[in-house]
Design a protein around this ligand. Structure first.
Ligand SMILES: Nc1ncnc2c1ncn2[C@@H]1O[C@H](COP(=O)(O)OP(=O)(O)OP(=O)(O)O)[C@@H](O)[C@H]1O
Ligand SMILES: [Mg+2]
Length: 256
């Protein structure tokens, strides 16, 4: 039996990716981004304190920094899951704060695939159903949904686990289901908040090989990690400290 479900490399099956042609265009532009939480009795917490950053099409960026420094807050804003208190966010030349709900949903669906540390899969649903969920939200017909979800699972070598629920999968397999779900709408940007945080190091490396292939196929990747080894997969490493950018440099791998 050909069971390749333990191999994370992308199969030669067509994994949809955007056309880029080596563009030098900025796809993410943030200017003086602040996020401040009101904690009552005049107490405020500023998770982000004036972050400015440009990310070009097909860049591969790792975000590092101590716990509580604002990494997830930043990722949630650039993933349009949260809004800043102040500052501008331009996503693919659209000023996000000026989009209405429909436009925001459309651009988020089209441009962004989000991968979380805790996978965020529906516990009672099969791999296939988890992967096709984003297509249900945008009204894709059932037959096409199933076909595309199958294809996305094939691309992460999990076709053989299509009917398994999350608790019937290994951690690495769960994360691959989550990656297939993030890819189903053919986003140009993959945002991953500690995607290897809950995986052993070998499985973590397999997931990183998957990101390498996505990058090679033209995707823009922004990845949060605590692990220097993982950050070395990126071209550029941005350190955040206390809600501010502390450094922004090419990774060692690309300084050689
Ligand atoms: N909803 C909230 N209300 C108040 N404070 C918050 C809220 N969400 C986050 N914070 C605070 O904002 C700061 C940044 O949090 P964030 O989750 O972005 O950190 P992080 O860098 O992702 O940390 P970790 O590495 O532990 O995941 C923290 O001090 C946190 O306590
Ligand atoms: Mg975090």
């Amino acid at each position: 039996m050909d069971d390749r479900t333990n191999s994370a490399s992308l199969s030669s099956a067509t994994l949809p990716t955007p056309a880029t042609n080596g563009e030098q265009r900025d796809i993410i532009v943030v200017k003086d981004l602040w996020k401040t939480y009101d904690m009552g009795s005049e107490q405020q917490v500023s998770a982000l304190r004036g972050i400015s950053l440009n990310i070009r099409v097909n860049e591969y960026v790792a975000i590092m920094g101590p716990s509580g420094s604002g990494k997830s807050t930043f990722m949630n804003i650039i993933g349009c899951l949260d809004t800043p208190s102040k500052g501008e966010y331009w996503l693919n030349d659209h000023l996000v704060s000026q989009l209405d709900d429909d436009e925001l949903a459309r651009i988020r669906n089209k441009e962004i695939g989000f991968v979380f540390q805790t996978f965020n899969l529906l516990a009672r649903a099969s791999s296939l159903h988890n992967v096709e969920l984003p297509l249900i939200y945008n009204g894709t017909p059932a037959a096409e949904r199933t076909e595309r979800a199958r294809e996305a699972l094939r691309a992460v070598n999990l076709e053989g686990r299509m009917n398994h629920k999350p608790n019937e999968l290994s951690g690495g397999q769960r994360q691959r289901v989550a990656i297939a779900r993030a890819l189903i709408n053919r986003p140009s940007i993959i945002l991953a908040d500690e995607p290897t945080g809950n995986l052993d190091s070998k499985t973590g490396l397999e997931i990183m090989a998957l990101f390498d292939e996505l990058h090679a196929r033209g995707n823009t990747i922004v990845l949060v990690t605590h692990e220097p080894d993982i950050a070395e997969y990126a071209h550029r490493v941005v350190h955040i400290r206390d809600g501010e950018i502390a450094s922004d440099e090419p990774s060692k791998r690309f300084r050689r």
